[in-house]
Design a protein around this ligand. Structure first.
Ligand code: TXA
Ligand code: MG
Length: 342
């Protein structure tokens, strides 16, 4: 399949909308990362997204809308069935990098939600994304436009690196502003729960709601598949539970390690590890954003991909404080390192 390169001109976006309407796949920019879009209400189209990404089909997708009224057909009982907290979040934080998990209507196919009875919905703020949804005249299901397991793409070239020849078209927009994926907030229980941290932090959303939002417990523990008590290196960040296989997400080809502690410690350890690598004929690169979480979010995935293209074998990342946006950035850093922390 030849993958069309489209511009952000109106006529090209209209064409992209037609492709989505006819069941095709189009990658497009959002303010967070590039998405791989399909008609959310067309089960066959959504299935082909899983195929193009090499993604397990039980991992549900986010449905993107361009105006609040579009929520009505997606959620059980329609918009009026949603509680005050949900209405507050929608009016204060949409459009923007916030995904809400809500009870699903029958209209949303099971493939879109991975068989769950909830649906994840978000209204992106990116202008191109919004025109595309309007031109498509339907909600668009879109995971990040990367091969499953690789860093999410934040530029059109990064999308092509993974998806060229596998999808119908890419809208060649600008680099994404935010750089990490949206905050996923589960609004179906008694308390709002963050399932995936993003640039809209736990503290910020709690302020908006005027009540405490909590992290899903899974975000506070090292995953079973990775925990290795014998190694002991992750003790400062997590309490490892059980040994197991190494699991990677957002993984570049290079080996990645996150180094905790002071700036001074980072400098020393990075030098030691860098020299060690050199002795083995390997090239090591350093990623250090200081304490600038916005910059870190914006650049991190792009930097991982760039270092891979340059053929580095080893990437040493300076950790950030796990607070506010820093918690969300560290979530991506730790996953990319397969929780290799020292
Ligand atoms: O910023 C973003 O959210 C980007 C852009 C393209 O909008 N999209 C994105 O999609 O990151 P994806 O598929 O890579 O990640 C979706 C996340 C997954 O962790 C998935 O498990 C979760 O949202 N999710 C989707 N539907 C859910 C549901 N009904 N319940 C719980 N989690 C859900
Ligand atoms: Mg993804």
């Amino acid at each position: 399949m030849d993958t069309l390169r489209l511009t952000t001109n109106e006529s090209d976006i209209r064409r992209a909308g037609e492709i989505i309407r006819s069941g095709g796949l189009v990658a497009f920019p959002t303010e967070t990362v590039y998405g791989l879009g399909a008609d959310a209400l067309n089960a066959e189209a959504v299935s082909s997204v899983y195929k193009a990404k090499g993604r397990p089909s039980d991992n549900p997708m986010i449905v993107h809308i361009a105006y609040v009224a579009a929520l009505d057909e997606l959620v059980a009982g329609g918009i009026h069935a949603l509680n005050n907290d949900v209405h507050k979040l929608i009016s204060r934080l949409w459009p923007g990098p916030l995904t809400l998990v809500l009870p699903k209507s029958d209209k949303v196919p099971d493939v879109t939600t991975g068989g769950l009875d909830t649906v994840a919905v978000r209204m992106p703020s990116n202008g191109t994304a919004r025109s595309l949804i309007r031109m498509a005249e339907r909600p668009i299901a879109a995971p990040s436009a990367n091969i499953s397991g690789r860093p999410s793409p934040t530029t059109a070239d990064d999308v092509l690196e993974d998806m060229d020849g596998r999808i119908d078209a890419v809208i060649m927009g600008e680099m994404c502003d935010v750089g990490i994926e949206s905050t996923v907030l589960d609004m179906t229980g008694d308390e709002p729960v963050i399932l995936r941290p993003g640039i809209l932090s736990k503290e910020y959303i709690s302020d908006v709601l005027g009540r405490e939002v909590i992290y899903d417990q899974a975000l506070l523990e090292i995953p079973d598949e990775v925990a290795d008590p014998g190694k002991g290196v992750a003790d400062t960040l997590f309490r490892p539970k059980s040994p197991g296989m190494k699991y990677k997400h957002y993984a570049p080809k290079a080996d990645v390690v996150v180094i905790t502690g002071s700036a001074e410690r980072f400098k020393l350890r990075a030098r030691e590890l860098g020299l060690e690598a050199m002795k083995q004929g390997k090239r090591a690169a350093i990623i250090d954003y200081g304490d600038d979480a916005n910059q870190a979010a914006h650049q991190f995935f792009a930097d991982l991909r760039e270092l891979d293209r340059q053929g580095y074998d080893f990437i040493l990342i300076r950790s950030m404080e796990q607070k506010g946006k820093g918690f969300s950035v560290m979530n991506r850093m730790l996953k990319s390192a397969g929780y290799d922390v020292e």
